[in-house]
Each structure stands twice: as C-alpha cells, then as structure tokens.
Design a protein around this ligand. Structure first.
Ligand SMILES: *Cc1c(COP(=O)(O)O)cnc(C)c1O
Length: 420
C-alpha cells in the first residue's frame, strides 16, 4: 500500500495560516511541472502531441501559466473559461473548445481566439455556421453507444451519456463540414472518468484509431488529429493502483503503429485533455480542527465544508487525510470529519481511523487539486476559500484571495439593501 505523503509540513501550514487563514487550497508547483513533463515524455514518440489542460478542473490563471510554460494548451467549454484562457495569453491552436449545448456567442469567441472547435453534435454545424462560419480545422466528438468494457469490467455506459455523435452522424458531419470548407479534421471521445487502469487510453485509442481509418476509407477524409480527452485517474485511496503514464503512452503508441500507420494516417497528432491527472494530486485542502463532539459517534469539526470540496458529499468520494505533525502517530481513533453545513452529507471522512486530533491541528485533505475548488459553491452563505501556490523555491504565494461577504452580495448591487 502506497503511503500518501503531504507536500507541506505543520510548520509550513502554520506560516501560511498566519497570513492566509484556513481553509485554503494549496498547489505544488514542482509536482505540476513534473506531472506535465512526465506526460509529455510518455507521448514524445508522437510529433504533434499536445496536452490541452481541462480548465474546469482548476480554473486559476497562475496554474494555467505554469502549464503554459510547460507547453500545454487549454481545453475550454464555456465563454468564461475562454476569457480566463485569453487573459493568460492562450490563443490559436493552443485552445481547444470542447463544449456541449453550445451558444453561438461561445463558438464566435472560440473561433475569434483561433481555437480548435470540437462539435458535440451534428446539429451544431448550423449553430457554428451562423456564429462564425465553418473554420478550416474542426473536430467531432464520437459516442460509440453501448457499454464501454475494459478486460471484463464495464467501465461506463456511453449509451446513457449525453455527449457525442453516433458513428453515422459523425461520418455525415464530416462530409457536410468538408463541403462547407473544413480542411483539417479531428475526432474526440471521452468514455470513462477517473480510470485506474493503464489500459484505458490504449483501448480508447484503438476505438478512435479504427474510426479514423474508417473515416478515411468511407469518406476519403484524412483525420489529422485524435483527441483522447480526459479520464486518466489518480489513486485517491492509498490502496488504489497508480497509473503509470509511461505504460499508458506506450500502449497508445502500439495502437498507433498497428492501426493508424497501416491506414496511412501515421502523421496524425495525438491530443489529450487531462484535468484530474494533471492537478488532483498536486493540490490539497488545508483545514483546521475547531471542535470535537462526542455523541453516538466521534466528530471532528473543521473550518472547511463541502462548499470548499464537494466530491465527498456529491459522490461519496474518498479523500485521504493527513494530520500535519502527526504523520507517524498511530491511527487509533475513529472519527467523522465534518464541516458546518446544515446537510448531513457534509463529511470529509466517515468512520476514518486517524491519530488523536486536537483542536488547532491542521488536516491536509489530499488530492483536491482538480475538481476541488472549482466545484465550490455558496450554500449556507459559505464563502469560497483562498488558493495558495507552494512555489518551486519553497516559498508560497496567494494565487486567489478568499471570497468576502461583499463578493457574495455583489449580485444585489442593483438594489438598495445594505448588507453591513
Ligand atoms: C471534464 C473534461 C475533461 C477532463 O476530465 P478529467 O477527468 O479531469 O481528466 C476533458 N475533456 C472534456 C471534454 C471534459 O468534459
């Protein structure tokens, strides 16, 4: 069982807390850079390879700038994410726009940035044409339907997913798009989330590579890029298997050599849109124990709540907890670690064996760097926390201030109410 190690110490938590009070999300710059480099190494066999970081996972400009320095692009799905990316200087083929139920103005903005538009549905051709005309480079999202099976496990049910086009629709869409002037074509698919198998990407690649070969033989259109999207997961639990990105990249290469090269598509570029894999383990939520309660169970109350990290409440997701300064202490106490929402699912851990926790202890909630802060909300009038970057030189800096009540009430600024 792999030990999960916090990337800050109790002393560092105290230093940060003195300036930026808990709770806060903290990100590890070194870890982010290393993850990006290892990913790019794993796919370096492919000349056109590019990672488009899924902005929704961690929509912070300081994080996006680090990824930009490492050569990544961005994957956006809304106007706001496009504006955020534009502010960081992303443009042209460094922007992927993978949206659904898209508005004309969103297409227009993505196209204005010179980004690659990924169409979720054949009917969106009309929307896109109205918004900005058909660009030269275009991508279509595929949904194979049925069940997605890996080995003998059902990983997901694409037939129930709202995303993507059927095979027939995709073929038809490509023909229409070509007629309307498109010249470069890509295909995209996202079939399972948070996968913990080195086989996910290679298997998805096989499906998409075969489709690309069929597109070529049925329509004469040469697919020039294949976007494997997101879905590579992380080991949230200490006992989870860890994905090996080298093995994954090698698996995709084998499928590439055996399917795409013989189909005459050996020039195709591979794209990814990883969010979770890039950031989850490189971020944590740091919160302070503020109360203990002994009723029918033992509770530790903390100053963060589900508004800061929704995954446990929403999916029953496991997030490992390290009590800073007690890394070596025995886990001989069983606790529910809870936030203050008037919702009984506001629990970061249930029946978790942890060291004895005292008020004032810092809890390091692991693997919150993706889909953590970004899924935050304001229920019970709870305010969003700050975000902090642990820089490569060991210093830390605030990369987002905590929300204030003023921010919360701003949407009433057209009224005369006084929130003082
Ligand atoms: C959410 C999403 C991603 C990123 O998914 P992860 O699970 O974070 O890797 C990539 N592409 C699209 C289109 C998405 O919706």
């Amino acid at each position: 069982m792999a030990e999960k190690i916090a990337f800050i110490t109790r002393k560092q938590a105290e230093e940060i807390d003195a300036l930026i009070p808990t709770p806060f999300h903290i990100y590890n710059e070194d870890g982010i850079r290393k993850t990006a480099r290892d990913l790019q190494d794993a796919f370096s066999w492919n000349r056109g390879y590019k990672e488009y970081f899924a902005v929704k996972a961690t929509p912070n400009p300081f994080i996006l700038k680090i990824l930009q320095e490492e050569g990544c692009g961005v994957d956006c799905s809304s106007e706001t994410e496009l504006v955020l990316s534009r502010a960081c200087g992303f443009k042209g083929k460094n922007v992927m726009f993978s949206s659904n139920e898209t508005l004309e103005e969103e297409f227009a903005m993505a196209d204005g940035l010179g980004g690659i538009i990924n169409l979720d549905d054949i009917t969106l051709i009309e929307t896109l044409e109205k918004a900005c005309g058909i660009p030269e480079t275009i991508c279509c999202r595929y949904n194979p339907g049925g069940e997605f099976i890996l080995g003998n496990t059902i990983m997901d049910h694409p037939k129930d997913a709202k995303y993507g086009m059927t095979r027939e629709q995709l073929m038809k869409a490509f023909r229409i798009l070509r007629e309307k002037g498109a010249k470069q074509f890509g295909i995209h698919s996202f079939l399972a989330s948070n996968t913990l198998s080195n086989e996910y990407y290679p298997h998805l690649a096989e499906i998409l590579f075969r489709l690309a070969a069929d597109v070529s033989s049925e329509t004469g259109i040469k697919v020039s890029f294949v976007n494997l999207s997101g879905g590579v997961g992380v080991d949230y639990r200490p006992e989870d298997p860890k994905n090996d990105i080298r093995v994954i990249g090698e698996g995709v290469r084998k499928a590439f050599e055996s399917i795409l090269v013989p189909a005459g598509l050996g020039d195709a570029a591979i794209f990814t849109e990883l969010g979770r894999y890039m950031l989850a383990s490189n971020g944590a939520l740091v919160t302070k124990a503020i109360h203990e309660k002994h009723t029918y169970k033992e509770y530790i109350g903390v100053d963060a709540c589900a508004c800061n990290l929704m995954r446990p409440a929403m999916y029953g997701a496991y997030h490992h907890i390290t009590v800073l300064g007690k890394e070596k202490a025995e886990c001989d106490h069983m606790y529910d670690v809870v936030g203050s929402l008037c919702e009984n699912n506001d629990k970061f851990a249930i029946d978790r064996m942890l060291p004895r926790i005292n008020r004032g202890d810092y809890l390091f909630i692991h693997d919150t760097g993706a889909h953590g802060f970004s899924m935050g909300y304001n229920y019970n009038g709870k305010l969003r926390s700050a975000e902090v970057l642990l820089c490569s030189d060991g210093t830390f800096k605030m990369i987002r201030r905590a929300e204030t009540m003023e921010d919360y009430f701003r949407t009433f600024d057209f009224t005369d109410f006084q929130f003082k």
